[in-house]
Design a binder for this molecule. Structure first.
Ligand SMILES: [Zn+2]
Ligand SMILES: [Zn+2]
Length: 831
């Protein structure tokens, strides 16, 4: 259905441009640190400058702006900044496809998106704008890289990467689609290359512990982080290799209680011990061939549960230290070097992957936990039960047996309790151009040497050929690569990789605290004042990587003595997606709604109102044209009402007694103020808050009609004005332009957003009640309480339904009910 935009409209285009200009000229949302005044740091995840904002952006920025403007009105000093996550692959692809330099493409896109955001009227302090591709920005993360290097928190090692043999380039996991290159569809290979890592694993326990201390975060995000960190408790111990007293295989298990059920053991094909386990040249060839086969599999394939597991039986055997039995030793693709020790004991009776492998290779299966009576022996048993077939562990519970097995290992000097994490170190090297250079050089004499601090930033050179093929484009830029060794002054080569763009987004919120500061990453006092971020808002797709990296980076800066906080984000709101016709908006589905078009036809206030009203923020928002029209009609209705009653409202003085009708209406005004405030403060129920304002506007129209009859003019004018002002104040953070315009039209000289947020008047909220006597045929049979001013039908119904009165009506017909408001009900009956 096409949007109907032909109806009579208030002049939103003119009004929105006008107020955007006034706010900008007055620098109304510019903030400085004001020690002693409460601060509120409201932050939406900054966008990648793709060139155009989409409806998801409209939604998240409308949410952020509502909170920011609300907090302004609550008296907070609000930091609400905006910037650009400006490095990354799309700029490089644009360069390949269109021959435009990534920098040119990026800055043009930033200009376009800035214009679009300005048209939305978001209350940003634009003086704090930051772009991460600016050398004045990434200079500081190069400095932190060097500090991390000094502390062993940044290190270099070989690792497996996805390699496209046709494009001759490394691919990120996201660039591999079903095992194929996203650009050329070639089958992706695995290569080992050297790269830089951040040692996030040093912080695994702390990152996990703090998941219990972030009450402002959604539980599902915390759960995802906990799972990603993946702490497991178990035991580490050594399996001797039979006939090879010089060799021991360290294994990690979360189930030491099942040790007696070990019927074989497995090494990752990459395990360094494998080279020593070959028995002769033939065996060596066999092993190498198997390793080459596995090297072609991606990690995801190797860990998939639904595919057969490759294995190679070695010619040597291991010994189970618990019962001294010799067991076969395998290499298998389902064991990875990066997790635990890269070797496992296999217990097919109680582990499904081991079960599958044992079945495929005809290996024995021993149960070490008693099965329930109805158990069918068709899979591994992972349930509870008593230990069996387990020597000194027999008869114990699983938990008790785990403890005893560890005690036994410790007593024998064979092993100990051990905690493992699923979390791996963060690989940050990218063989890409459009990123921050890694500030390291390689000297023939000194080896790897960090750049000197006074030489930072290591600036990304402009003059570069980007073809999408080969290694890092920087390797082709001789003036960049060939440099002077900072240590000996001799010749050295620069590292030609750039940093993962997640490094830039791990600290941008700190840069906003003092974006032009040039003596460090951020000014310490400014960061001390503004941090942590009070409310962070962004999509659930960032639940793990970005948020975990930012938390890690903050802790590293704390440990470098630069910050005093432990966590960067006090509270997190993960908003849902904007969908249309049940699917995510995408060009290929043809269901994209263009925010520019929407704003041109209905105005930014309508776009914002719709996106906040149509769904609670954490739920998906299903686009619907009628909803947009409804939002537009609502704003038009307020516009017309205010203009129709402007002269009358301007005569209003302080509230004047207005009788029961007036009291009831005034109570509704203040109940609405109370409800809207509550809904914003608790769980971000913006949609129900807006709905309460809509009800107040309906009641306002009713009141306008009813009060024409008999209500003194000054009382009516005062109430109309009080209601309209409440509507404008409550709706201001949602639709700021039209409310600001109408606020001014009422004669106010100062911005709506410099008004205090309305506080409900307790006196107006108080419900006066009276006791009403109920008679049946002239005798008092009950008493009830009703609001002063309650209408006759309401009192009549209450009287007839009263528990004390009902028995007197049994078996009789009600002939007549006489209501004397505020005093008495008389029910006349006949048999
Ligand atoms: Zn390719
Ligand atoms: Zn040197």
């Amino acid at each position: 259905m096409a949007l109907d935009d032909r109806q009579d409209r208030y002049p939103f285009a003119e009004i929105e441009a006008k107020w955007q200009r006034i706010w900008a000229d007055a620098k109304q949302f510019k903030v400085t640190e004001q020690p002693g005044r409460p601060k509120y740091y409201c932050l939406e995840m900054f966008p990648y400058p793709s060139g155009r904002i989409h409806m998801g952006h409209v939604r998240v920025y409308a949410i952020g702006d509502l909170l920011a403007r609300y907090k302004w009105m609550r008296g907070f000093n609000v930091l609400h900044p905006m910037g650009w996550d400006a490095f990354g692959l799309p700029a490089e692809n644009a360069a390949i496809d269109n021959g435009v330099h990534p920098a040119v493409w990026t800055y043009e896109n930033i200009d376009n998106m800035r214009t679009q955001l300005r048209r939305m009227g978001i209350s940003y302090d634009w003086d704090r704008e930051v772009a991460t591709c600016d050398p004045a920005y990434y200079k500081w993360e190069q400095l932190i890289f060097i500090r991390m290097l000094e502390r062993g928190l940044a290190y270099r090692r070989r690792s497996r990467v996805n390699w496209c043999p046709s494009c001759l380039t490394v691919l990120a996991n996201e660039q591999v689609e079903a095992g194929r290159c996203w650009r050329c569809d070639s089958e992706v290979a695995i290569r080992e290359i050297d790269g830089w890592f951040f040692k996030i694993t040093d912080y695994a326990q702390e990152l996990l512990d703090w998941c219990d201390r972030l009450p402002g975060w959604p539980e599902r995000v915390l759960t995802m982080q906990r799972n990603w960190i993946g702490r497991s408790e178990g035991a580490e111990f050594a399996l001797p290799v039979a006939g090879r007293p010089d060799l021991k295989i360290q294994i990690f298990t979360t189930r030491p209680d099942t040790s007696f059920g070990m019927t074989y053991a497995v090494l990752a094909p990459e395990h360094p011990l494998v080279d020593s386990l070959a028995t002769d040249a033939d065996d060596r060839r066999r092993i190498d061939a198997f390793r080459a086969e596995v090297a072609r599999e991606t990690e995801i394939e190797r860990l998939a549960t639904d595919r057969p597991k490759r294995g190679l039986r070695l010619n040597v055997r291991a010994v189970n230290p618990f019962n001294h039995q010799e067991i076969p030793l395998f290499l298998a693709d389902y064991v990875l070097m990066g997790y635990g020790t890269g070797a496992i004991m296999a217990v097919p009776g109680e582990d499904q992957r081991d079960w599958d492998f044992a079945k495929a290779h005809d290996l024995p299966i021993i149960a070490t936990v008693k099965r329930p009576p109805d158990w069918k022996d068709e899979q591994a048993y992972t349930g509870d039960g008593v230990k069996i077939n387990s020597g000194f562990l027999d008869g114990l519970s699983i938990e008790e047996a785990k403890r005893r097995a560890i005690d036994w290992l410790v007593a024998k000097g064979l092993g100990q309790a051990k905690i493992n994490f699923r979390l791996r170190d963060w690989g940050i090297s990218r063989q890409r151009y459009w990123g921050a250079p890694i500030p390291v050089l390689y000297c023939e004499k000194d080896g790897m040497v960090p750049e000197r601090e006074e030489n930072l930033p290591v600036v990304l050179p402009r003059d570069v050929q980007i073809s999408g093929k080969g290694g890092s484009p920087l390797a082709e830029v001789a003036t960049f690569v060939n440099a002077t060794c900072p240590r000996c002054g001799g010749r050295a080569r620069r590292d030609t990789d750039t940093m993962d763009t997640f490094v830039e987004s791990s600290w941008y919120f700190l840069r906003y605290c003092s974006p032009r500061y040039d003596r460090g990453m951020f000014e310490p006092e400014a960061a001390a004042y503004w941090m942590p971020v009070d409310q962070y808002i962004g999509g659930i797709e960032h639940a793990v990587l970005h948020l975990l990296y930012a938390r890690f980076y903050t802790k590293v800066l704390r440990d470098l003595g630069m910050l005093k906080i432990d966590e960067p984000f006090q509270a997190l709101l993960s908003q849902g997606m904007v969908i249309k016709d049940g699917a995510k908006m995408s060009k290929s589905k043809g269901n994209v709604v263009d925010p520019d078009d929407l704003i041109r036809r209905f105005g930014a206030d309508t776009a914002r109102l719709f996106s906040l009203f149509a769904a609670p923020p954490e739920k998906d928002l299903d686009w619907n044209d009628r909803g947009v029209e409804g939002a537009s009609r609502f704003l038009n209705r307020i516009w017309r009402f205010v203009h129709a009653h402007l002269d009358e409202m301007k005569t209003a003085t302080a509230p004047v007694p207005a009788g029961d009708t007036g009291r009831a209406f005034r109570r509704l005004i203040h109940e609405t103020i109370r409800k809207v405030t509550h809904d914003i403060e608790h769980d971000f129920h913006f949609n129900t808050a807006i709905s309460a304002v809509m009800e107040l506007v309906n009641a306002l129209h009713d009141f306008e009609r009813v009060s024409l009859d008999g209500m003194p003019r000054p009382a009516r004018a005062a109430l109309l004005r009080e209601a309209v002002e409440a509507v404008l104040l409550l709706l201001g953070p949602v639709s700021p332009h039209v409310t600001e315009e109408l606020w001014a039209a009422l004669g106010h000289r100062q911005s709506l957003f410099k008004q205090p947020w309305p506080v409900p008047d307790e006196a107006a909220l108080a419900r006066d009640e009276v006791e009403i006597v109920v008679q049946v045929d002239g005798r008092v049979r009950g008493r009830l309480t009703a609001d002063v001013g309650a209408a006759e039908p309401e009192i009549r119904e209450k009287a007839l339904a009263d528990g004390k009165v009902r028995p007197w009506l049994d078996g009789r017909q009600v002939a007549k009910v006489v209501v004397v408001p505020g005093r008495l009900v008389n029910i006349v009956t006949r048999a």
